[in-house]
Design a protein around this ligand. Structure first.
Ligand SMILES: [Zn+2]
Length: 84
């Protein structure tokens, strides 16, 4: 049985990649990013999107999470380290 969930590796450092499906304007794209060397790129289907195009669409279509709101201020609290 073939699995659709192949593990993908970074072309630069061979670290495991994270693939995140996103909506970019009207297009469904996948952002792939490597946490080890910070390489990241976007693909729409089989096509790699140029970064300039991605940034332009992002600027025109800001994600809702960028809304300002003081109630969300504590959302990204650093993890408390408790060692007892
Ligand atoms: Zn990498």
């Amino acid at each position: 049985m073939a699995s659709a969930e192949l593990e993908e590796i970074c072309p630069r450092c061979a670290h495991t990649l994270v693939a995140i499906p996103l909506k970019l304007g009207d297009a469904k794209v996948v952002m792939r990013s490597c946490s080890a060397c910070d390489t990241r790129w976007w693909q729409e289907g089989d096509e790699t999107l140029p970064l300039g195009q991605v940034l332009r669409v992002m600027k025109d279509n800001p994600p809702p999470s960028q809304r300002r709101g003081h109630r969300d201020a504590g959302r990204f609290r650093p993890k408390a380290v408790t060692s007892t």
